[in-house]
Design a protein. Structure first.
Length: 327
């Protein structure tokens, strides 16, 4: 019985020693757990959205596919837009024909009315001179009233013809204004066609940069609206680790400083450079309590460490090795 108890005691002691040994090796460098600085990895990733609404007729990628900038990811049905394009092009041709016709009419009227006005002006000058001369002769009783009335009627007819010729030149101005209005209408139609062409170009959804498709939100055949995300693309060469640093230790970090980090697997190690130290605090890492004898929270700030390593995946945890900061 004593032997059995002795064995049990030895086993318990051995277990405690092993646990202590393992706990001592956990930090690997003898660093206390509370002094370790951990961060979470993140990477450049965007949702590729549709700028137009319609039915997705083709989805050419799946999750995990590697894509390059400009690669075709999906196609949206373009039949309605092509119909609109044809209609708009027909409208443009009709307006262009109207402009040509209006220009020809204006040019023809311009020549005719200019000649008519010149002739009417000359005839008016002659008739005016005759009218004045016969008016003087009538006043001197040198001609009869009948002769005077004849020249007066000619003068009045010449005046009417001159006014009519002037009105015809005003019609030419109206024609020119109509041409200008048609030109504006043509510009509007061409702008509408250009917008349709932009929408047609957006029926082909392309990769914004080299990367990997991390998520697929829709399937071929889906009806989507403007702004609907189709897939998410991540750039595996643009990634970083965000660490939260208490304000009491922030002075040990500086921009462009090189650091080294180790993953939770204990083997993955990466080098990085501090590219941003937040100017705005995020949250309290240590709340003030009466037991601590402190009346203020200890605030943390985000420090961004750019890594750009394919070993990083968003969400992975990394620990800053050694001091990792300036002395």
């Amino acid at each position: 019985m004593r032997t059995y108890r002795k064995k049990m005691v030895l086993a318990a002691v051995s277990g405690l020693l092993s646990a202590a040994l393992l706990a001592g090796c956990g930090t690997q460098t003898g660093e206390r757990a509370e002094d370790q600085v951990w961060g979470r990895a993140d990477a450049k990733e965007i949702d590729v959205n549709s700028k137009i609404s319609g039915r997705v007729v083709e989805l050419l990628v799946k999750e995990g596919d590697e894509v390059h900038q400009g690669d075709l990811l999906a196609r949206i049905d373009d039949r309605d837009l092509n119909t609109q394009r044809l209609q708009q092009e027909a409208a443009i041709r009709a307006i262009e024909a109207q402009i040509l016709q209006a220009a020809a009419t204006t040019e023809m009227q311009k020549g005719t009315t200019a000649a008519a006005l010149a002739q009417a002006e000359t005839n008016l000058a002659l008739c005016s001179a005759d009218h004045e001369r016969y008016a003087e002769l009538l006043a001197a009783d040198a001609v009869s009233r009948q002769s005077y009335d004849t020249y007066r009627a000619r003068y009045e007819a010449a005046q009417a013809a001159y006014e009519s010729a002037k009105a015809a030149t005003m019609q030419t101005d109206v024609n020119r204004a109509n041409e200008a209005a048609l030109e504006k209408k043509l510009e509007q139609a061409q702008a509408a066609r250009a917008q349709i062409m932009v929408s047609l170009d957006e029926t082909e959804i392309r990769a914004p940069f080299d990367g990997i498709v991390t998520e697929k939100y829709i399937e071929a055949g889906s009806m989507i609206s403007q702004g609907t995300p189709l897939v998410a693309v991540q750039d595996p060469t643009d990634n970083w680790v965000d660490i939260k640093v208490p304000e009491t230790k922030l002075g040990g970090y500086r921009l462009h400083q090189s650091v080294r980090l180790r993953g939770r697997d204990g083997t993955t190690e990466v080098d990085g450079v501090i590219t941003d130290i937040s100017r705005k605090s995020e949250f309290a890492t240590q709340r003030a309590t009466s037991e601590r004898g402190s009346d203020a929270d200890i605030i943390s700030f985000n420090v961004k460490i750019q890594v750009n390593s394919p070993a990083l995946r968003p969400g992975m945890r990394f620990r800053l090795l050694g001091e990792g900061v300036a002395s």
